[in-house]
Ligand binder design. Structure first.
Ligand SMILES: NC(=O)c1ccc[n+]([C@@H]2O[C@H](COP(=O)([O-])OP(=O)(O)OC[C@H]3O[C@@H](n4cnc5c(N)ncnc54)[C@H](O)[C@@H]3O)[C@@H](O)[C@H]2O)c1
Length: 337
């Protein structure tokens, strides 16, 4: 695919956080987009639904529907998934099934010549400690199960998604597997356990921020707009579809401790909120937290060149500013009603 202009694109999970940003990004380039989303956690708010962006409300587990929406597409971006620690702990099997069987449906029921981008996750690296997660590192079902506390769940589902992708590649399908690392930005739901939107919402409401564990665990927070641009560069780079190159970590490699995130938010919001700590295993019994999650970005950089990623300070400031603007608009509309 030479460029992402005037293409017909199917996006599963397009009503989610990343999906909404990506749909807007691609719609602005004159692409014709079909979204397949069951609206289980997503919403149509912020989506440019219209002549060039159509929403089909349904599940990737519905084979007949998948067959219909896959027809006559130039590209499929497959993001549909259950996301967020609290949600996937509540619904581990559904999380696994949507990843494994939803992906199988997309790969089997789309035309052999339609390229498919699969959204995996850094969770496939399991509970790896301290080092940068590198694509060449062997990933295993056992590592995913360790992450999922011994039961099928989110990480096992993403592992299974990758296996489906590798099997499809083996018979000649064009597949690119991306492994995003903690993508954040305005519009991310605070409901399902994503740390940044949750802390910002609590701070704006004057409630305490609960940090699980000692807060020294680190993550590599990745800005959504840059993520969309990088994905565009990867999709339009033929080398990124070649076997050996086509499983790619996508993210910033700046590490930030959860304590730093909490303190930055408390500094930037005028609030009485404080930080409180809870033991991780009292919140998620049987599960272990990943202490450090940082991508090795050598492969991504070889494919797209050096990228500057926004700092955590700038990302948090932007999300807070937009969240306050949204609250003010709601208040203003209520006063006028
Ligand atoms: N946000 C991140 O930091 C991050 C990190 C790693 C991987 N990912 C992956 O990126 C993708 C998008 O993540 P997100 O943050 O936008 O999540 P999200 O929860 O905001 O979006 C997921 C979307 O999938 C939809 N969905 C769920 N089950 C479905 C089904 N069976 N059929 C159709 N639609 C269904 C939901 O309604 C929602 O709109 C996911 O595959 C996720 O695993 C995200």
């Amino acid at each position: 695919m030479k460029d992402l202009n005037r293409q017909k694109i199917l996006m599963t999970g397009g009503c989610g956080f990343i999906g909404t940003h990506l749909v807007n990004y691609l719609a602005a380039r004159d692409n014709t987009i079909t979204i397949l989303d069951d609206l289980s956690t997503g919403s149509i708010e912020g989506l440019p639904i219209g002549p060039n962006v159509r929403l089909v409300n349904g599940s990737t587990l519905d084979k007949e529907l998948v067959r219909q929406v896959c027809m006559d597409q130039d590209l499929i971006i497959h993001m549909a998934s259950l996301v967020g620690m609290e949600l996937v702990v509540e619904e581990p099997i559904q999380s696994y099934n949507v990843s494994k069987y939803g992906t199988r449906n997309i790969l089997e029921l789309s035309d052999m010549s339609t390229p498919v981008v699969l959204f995996s996750s850094s969770a496939v690296y399991g509970l790896t400690k301290d080092q940068r997660s590198q694509e060449a590192q062997a990933i295993s079902q056992q590592a995913a199960l360790d992450y999922d506390a011994g039961k099928l769940g989110y990480a096992s589902g993403k592992w299974a998604l990758e296996q489906e992708g590798l099997a499809a590649m083996a018979v000649g399908k064009q597949v690119q597997i991306v492994r995003p690392f903690n993508v954040i930005g305005y519009g991310q739901s605070s409901t399902y356990g994503m740390v940044v939107p949750k802390f910002i919402k609590l701070a704006l409401e004057g409630k305490d921020l609960t940090v699980y564990g000692d807060g020294n665990q680190t993550r590599s927070f990745t800005y959504i707009q840059t993520f969309c641009e990088v994905l565009d560069q990867l999709i339009t780079n033929p080398s990124a579809w070649q076997r050996g190159n086509n499983v790619i970590n996508v993210g910033s490699d700046q590490m930030t401790a959860i304590n730093t995130v909490a303190n930055l938010i408390l500094d930037k919001v005028d609030t009485q909120s404080k930080i409180e700590y809870k033991r991780y295993d009292t919140v998620f019994p049987g599960k272990q937290d990943v202490m450090h999650r940082r991508p090795d970005t050598t492969k991504m950089k070889a494919l797209i060149g050096e990228r500057e990623w926004p700092t955590i300070q700038d990302m948090i400031q932007e999300i807070i500013t937009k969240s306050i603007q949204e609250e003010n608009t709601k208040d203003w509309n209520l006063q006028r009603a």
